[in-house]
Design a protein around this ligand. Structure first.
Ligand code: ZN
Ligand code: ZN
Length: 324
């Protein structure tokens, strides 16, 4: 366990130094890469469940494209209410499980501290209320707006619409490749958000949360929501289908909920069952000027902003020129 001046820095941390994806290692490691990818998808993983959820969302809870030629309240409200429900239910259930009812205690919880109450740092003086306000108020609105725009675009012949029957290989490949685009673009958008004027205006709202919980994931200023989710615009350029748009946005939004849960895994019958939190990003919330991307890209290693969680890693980051 990592200690500083004999005090525990974390309640729990994974084995250090933390690892990043082997995709871009100088020496190709096909077997290690295959194992890494397999872990991301099987047996029951977040990525697999979001794939199923997005297909389910498209089939049962989305307006058909022929209703989306014009912007009208009926189909737009359907998308908005469905997204509001997804955000409210998934984040709410995780919060109740881990924090309200403390079902797992502090087992596999990174940060020992409780979520803040009676703190002037937060809107409504309460971390959870603050986080819910920004997630449900701004997050759902921006998330739904991007989806509405793309649905309207596909319905009117903008973008390149494909169907499962005609392009099955590309159709399936996109589910595998979009997470890489997400990781690739997130680093750059996040670095931009740490540019002092933008940090002060927008990103500081997200960074009120040095300690994080599920509601912190989407707790952002509207300007940050607009920039962060803008990478979905790739669907104007590549051949895809509305289900890929739904998948990509759910990957972003639900991924943020779980990666900020504060716990590494969900335990069922005392066994590690379902990977949730990312220590990689938890380190960013604690130390700010490190780990702007995710463990799936090499950008942080390449640009000297990678903190592997160790004491040595922290010293390196402290000396780094990247300061906010
Ligand atoms: Zn965060
Ligand atoms: Zn940040």
């Amino acid at each position: 366990m990592l200690k500083r001046n004999n005090r525990k820095i974390w309640n729990y941390h994974p084995n250090l130094p933390i690892q990043t994806a082997p995709y871009f290692n100088w020496q190709p490691q096909p077997l290690v890469t295959f194992k890494w990818l397999l872990n991301l998808w099987l047996p029951i993983t977040e990525r697999g469940l979001i794939t199923i959820l997005s297909i389910f969302t498209w089939i049962y809870f989305s307006p058909s494209l022929n209703r989306c030629h014009n912007f009208s309240l009926d189909w737009i409200a359907e998308i908005y209410l469905r997204n509001f429900s997804i955000m409210f239910l998934i984040t709410g259930i995780l919060h109740l499980y881990f924090y309200s009812f403390s079902m797992q205690g502090k087992v596999l919880k990174f940060d020992d501290r409780e979520l803040a109450t009676n703190s002037r740092r937060f809107t409504l003086k309460n971390q959870v209320w603050d986080n819910m306000f920004w997630s449900l108020g701004s997050g759902v609105l921006v998330w739904s707006s991007y989806e509405v725009l793309l649905m309207w675009g596909f319905a009117n012949g903008y973008g390149i619409l494909i169907h499962w029957e005609n392009n099955p290989v590309w159709f399936v490949s996109l589910f595998l490749m979009l997470p890489l685009w997400q990781a690739f673009s997130f680093y750059w958008i996040h670095r931009l958000l740490h540019w002092p004027p933008l940090y002060k205006l927008a990103h500081s709202v997200h960074h009120r949360n040095a300690n994080i919980g599920p509601w912190s994931g989407n707790s952002m200023h509207p300007v940050e929501h607009i920039l962060w989710l803008s990478s979905v615009s790739i669907h104007w350029l590549i051949a895809s289908h509305p289900v890929h748009v739904i998948y990509y946005l759910q990957l972003q939004v639900i991924g943020a909920v779980t990666s900020h849960s504060g716990f590494e895994e969900l335990l069922i019958s005392d066994k590690k069952r379902y990977a949730l939190g990312e220590f990689f990003h938890q380190l960013h919330h604690r130390y700010y000027e490190c780990n702007y991307g995710s463990s799936e890209t090499h950008w942080d290693r390449l640009f000297g902003t990678f903190h592997d969680g160790s004491e040595k890693g922290l010293e390196k980051i402290k000396k780094s020129k990247y300061k906010i």
